[in-house]
Write a protein that binds this ligand. Structure first.
Ligand code: FAD
Ligand code: NAP
Length: 603
């Protein structure tokens, strides 16, 4: 372009703008210009860009832009001959719908940007995905939910509802209940019940009952989606464009679907350790709950939630169980409580712990249901050794986020290369403006069903209901359903010391004896209650820990109280319910600092 004066430059600007479409006057080094260009890229909308720093008359054009629009700064954006403004104004127009309206007026752009098949596509039909889909649809949006289960290496698969319903919380808690009943039967005689000695557990009956219930839940979810007018497709989703997904159904039929917004909720699947024989001969929790035969003598590898819960119920069902532990029990949890759980599993459930070991190889001795397997392992710093024979080896060594090979790179969605998790901000936004992530795939958040549900509902309400309420990921209660259950909320003692310093904390604790344990003469020293109070903050309870029967039921109410700012004084002024286990928290008087005994002597 030859040098031009300001009036001629104005004509150049007006000509560019009058051609219609999206025109961005930009400077190639300007980060705000990049944001605006990325926005249109994400929207899949073609734009024309004039980089003022790269052309001869750039500065004169910028003067002319001031004359035309009253704005000298870049970016300076026009859509369909209408001045939209700079970066903030453009994003504001995107948020309040003005941009969509302007784009819709441009026939060639309407195709690209506004005629999406759906307002929202949710990828993943588990706890988070179901919650987000139903809420968005209730708020009047056109929603598609895609859910697909890739079979395990041994072929297990399941229906709609995700991990919790099919291979997580629900079957786990029901098997835990089967195990508690065994304990109850042991106790029953001391309460006068008389029955023969031949109590025997039938795995198939338990498994069939649980699977029937799960199938009814799968059906219920389908009905709920239909009632809420969410379109559901049992298909694997893969991004093939910023707003476009390829869905491949169970018959291999592919369809291409577009949406304005996406919520990712793909969850996680069990990790394999990568040693010879793991995928061929071993199972994970994804196989266990639908296993057609009793697993028999079992080696559980891992030492966190899944490993200890499964080891616990299998042992209480009468199986010989060994747990191989790489380092510590229940990493991240209060270690005093974690070790009490371990002691109880060893002393009262007959579980064997192999500590500081990892498996190195699994060989099949004999096929069957169950067959027999030979396991080799090594001490964390040692040579390979023969560890023994087992019918079943259950790997519970953590879970991998389902974020690989589904085209997230096509859209430019950032994934932590090490963990496979998706970083999100407090609004569950990924780095791509129209893509959100909730549930287990989020980086650095708790992997629990109610967390995924809460995040899904609140996200939909913010997107489509005008809400500003964010999901509060702090002070989330949880329970480990080991034979002696452990409920907690807030900080572990270790974490509280790191955060506040030992001198600023008062730790109150006590053993307690459930009344139900008196007649069967179960050892009273196992049950334990602990609260951690921040002294400078009115002795506010920052950590709550309960090891005893019905820990989930006990912990839930105290979690509510902690949200309300529970203090030691409030606990002391609360009258307990007698005779219960939870009442111990209203009478805690022994501090750890005092070193006094925590044993209980009477009721
Ligand atoms: P999920 O529920 O895992 O759902 C994700 C869905 O997306 C799955 O159906 C998956 O197949 C599908 N999917 C993945 N990729 C694609 C794709 N590309 N296209 C289409 N669909 C796809 N939490 C608790 O709160 N309490 C408990 O007691 C508890 N117990 C547990 C016990 C076990 C053994 C396990 C493994 C987990 C347990 N959890 C528990 C954790 C809980 O199950 C999860 O936190 C919860 O299910 C996460 O929900 P989500 O929506 O993120 O993912
Ligand atoms: P996890 O919490 O990630 O724990 C993994 C366990 O496996 C740890 O003990 C770890 O040991 C061990 N491990 C990892 N790699 C190993 C290897 N190569 N060899 C040997 N051991 C190895 O996983 P998870 O138990 O599967 O639980 C996943 C999530 O599901 C949890 O975070 C939880 O939120 C959720 N969940 C909740 C419940 C509930 O609410 N009751 C129940 C089950 C699951 P190190 O400590 O040495 O790393």
């Amino acid at each position: 372009m030859a040098p031009v004066d300001r009036s001629k430059a104005r004509v150049v600007v007006e000509r560019k703008v009058s051609a219609g479409g999206v025109v961005i006057f930009s400077k190639s080094f300007c980060p705000f210009c990049t944001q605006v260009k990325d926005l249109f890229k994400d929207l899949g909308v073609h734009y024309e860009v004039v980089e003022l720093d790269k052309i001869e008359n750039g500065s004169t054009l910028q003067e002319a832009l001031l004359d035309v629009t009253g704005q000298k700064t870049v970016p300076n954006v026009f859509v369909n001959k209408t001045h939209v403004g700079g970066c903030d104004s453009t994003f504001q127009a995107r948020a309040n719908g003005r941009l969509a309206r302007l784009l819709a007026e441009v026939p060639q752009l309407a195709d690209q940007s506004t005629s999406y098949d759906y307002d929202l596509i949710v990828v993943g039909g588990g706890s988070g995905g179901l919650a987000a889909s139903k809420e968005a649809s209730t708020l009047g949006k056109k929603v598609l939910m895609l859910d697909f289960v890739v079979p395990t290496p041994l072929g297990a698969t399941w229906g709609l509802g995700g991990t919790c319903v099919n291979v997580g919380c629900i079957p786990k808690k029901l098997m835990h209940q089967a195990a508690l009943l065994a304990h109850g039967m042991d106790d029953a005689r001391s309460f006068g019940w008389e029955f023969g000695d031949q109590a025997k557990h039938n795995w198939e009956t338990m498994k069939n009952g649980i699977q029937d219930y799960i199938h009814s839940l799968n059906f219920g979810y389908r009905v709920a989606l239909r009632t809420k007018t969410v379109t559901y497709d049992n298909a694997l989703a893969k991004f093939i464009g910023p707003h476009t997904i390829k869905a491949t159904n169970t018959q291999g039929v592919e369809s291409t679907l577009t949406a304005e917004t996406f919520v990712l909720a793909m969850g996680e699947r069990p990790r394999y350790i990568g040693i010879p024989g793991d995928k061929e001969y071993c199972i994970t929790s994804d196989d266990l709950f639908s296993l057609s035969y009793c697993p028999g003598e079992t080696l559980v590898v891992g030492a966190s939630y899944v490993a200890l819960e499964c080891a616990g119920f299998l042992a209480r069902l009468g199986l010989s169980v060994t747990v191989m532990i790489r380092s510590i029990l229940l990493r991240g949890f209060d270690q005093q409580l974690a070790n009490l759980i371990g002691d109880y599993m060893v002393d009262h459930c007959g579980i064997k712990f192999i500590r500081q070991f990892v498996p190195t190889k699994v060989e099949q001795i004999e096929a069957g249901t169950p067959g027999r397997l030979r396991v080799f392992g090594k001490a964390t710093e040692g040579e390979e050794t023969y560890m023994g024979e087992f019918n079943t080896v259950l790997f519970a060594i953590g879970r991998d986020a389902c974020t690989r090979n589904i085209g997230l790179d096509t859209v430019g969605i950032k994934v932590n290369a090490k963990t496979g998790k998706i970083p999100v901000d407090e609004y569950e936004r990924t780095n791509v403006p129209h893509v959100y992530a909730i549930g287990d795939i989020q980086e650095g958040r708790l992997e629990l069903t109610p967390v995924a549900i809460q995040a899904g509902v609140l996200l939909a309400q913010r997107l489509y209901g005008g809400s500003t309420v964010k999901c509060d990921y702090l002070t989330v209660p949880t329970t480990v359903f080991t034979p002696l259950e452990y409920g907690c909320c807030g900080l572990s003692e270790e974490r509280a010391v790191t955060m506040y310093g030992e001198d600023n904390l008062e730790v109150y604790h006590s053993n307690f004896k459930p009344l139900e344990w008196v007649l069967p003469q179960r050892e009273p020293t196992q049950c334990y209650a602990k609260i951690i109070c921040h002294m400078q903050d009115d002795e506010r309870v920052v950590g709550f820990h309960f090891l005893g029967p019905n820990a989930g039921e006990v912990t839930q109410g105290f979690a509510v109280a902690m949200k309300c700012g529970l203090t030691k004084t409030t606990l002391d002024s609360t009258i307990g319910i007698h005779p219960t286990c939870a009442e111990i928290f209203t009478t805690l008087s022994v501090t750890k600092r005092s070193g006094h005994t925590t044993e209980v002597t009477g009721c």
